[in-house]
Design a protein around this ligand. Sequence first.
Ligand code: NAD
Ligand code: DAU
Length: 355
Amino acid sequence: MCLGTNGLNRKGKVIIMKIIVTGGAGFIGGNFVHYMLKAHPEYRIICLDCLTYAGNMETLAPVMDNPNFRFCKVDITDREAVFNVFEEEHPDIVVNFAAESHVDRSIENPGVFLNTNIIGTQVMMDACRKYGIQRYHQVSTDEVYGDLPLDRPDLFFTEETPIHTSSPYSASKASADLLVQAYHRTFGLPVTISRCSNNYGPYHFPEKLIPLMIANALNDKPLPVYGKGENVRDWLYVEDHCRAIDLIIHKGTVGEVYNIGGHNEMKNIDIVKIICKALDKPESLITYVADRKGHDMRYAIDPTKIHNELGWLPETKFADGIQKTIRWYLDNREWWEHIINGEYQDYYARMYGNR
Ligand code: NAD
Ligand code: DAU
């Protein structure tokens, strides 16, 4: 099922680039679709998404009438459906965001992570091989590097850090990265890979730390912090990630990996306290719960390469980004209330009920 135009822009403007964006109904993919349609009004964006629990058409509602946008409800593991879209569109670039992305769910049920994250990547690259492509870009994660110790603040993930995964999620993403590199070396597919740190911002599904804490705090519900809350994540505002990918697909060197991060390491507990303060909620809502199995301690990206080679730097400081994000959740209650009032309730009961 596809919605939107199938062909050239209705207004007769020349389309100079066609980009397939997979996973565009999710958090980062959705932000990327919005970003690209604004940044490149002469591009055509074709979104492929099968709308899992994490995919949300409300995220794409603001662009559904844009003549340069097309949505196709397609599972990236469905070879025939993917090839059909390539046959119709002959894209210049593919950016693969589609994935199962939540570590806790990968601990509960790894199988779907292997299928989407690895086989789905293979299908997308096979389509690129068959139809020809200027660039295949794989959206990966800093989690492929494993974690860093808390007592070595001098250590960072560089592109040379060995792959060393902890969860079924990160193992599936690392497998996909290896496959992407293999398709480059063996078949000459023009690929790039980006490995970004934790994102935050609008349209973030409320199973992840920041939106979950905002939604729970607004509903005066307990704020479940895993372990002692001392784990460190390196937070980046989602628009900065989108801008980095835009640069990589246009100016990045084929075959290369680029780390993306803004040197913004924070302990989970400090993030939760910032959210309490911003929403004027008591810290007594904070509840320490059983730790995540295999919980990575610290992530920290060294973004020197993307800065030196492509001139990328983050533009949004965390102090501003978190306020903008909280404001967005206050102004868009319907978006996340639809989610937490739906089937998500079953997941929440399973994940947090006996924790
Ligand atoms: P998300 O879970 O919010 O969205 C994933 C999207 O992919 C959803 O719209 C879902 O419907 C779609 N999808 C899932 N399986 C599919 C399939 N088989 N076929 C088609 N569509 C499918 O994820 P996100 O947080 O936006 O992450 C996007 C990408 O960025 C992922 O590859 C993730 O590994 C990577 N990443 C995420 C972060 C982060 O902080 N969220 C950081 C670095 C990298
Ligand atoms: O680093 C990039 C990764 O960031 C991406 O590859 C993943 O797709 C994305 O989900 C994210 O993974 P994390 O596991 O770091 O994100 P999450 O929001 O699930 O958790 C952030 C931290 O907060 C982590 O240390 C676990 C903790 N946490 C999380 C939840 C949901 C809690 O303490 N309580 C919670 O309820």
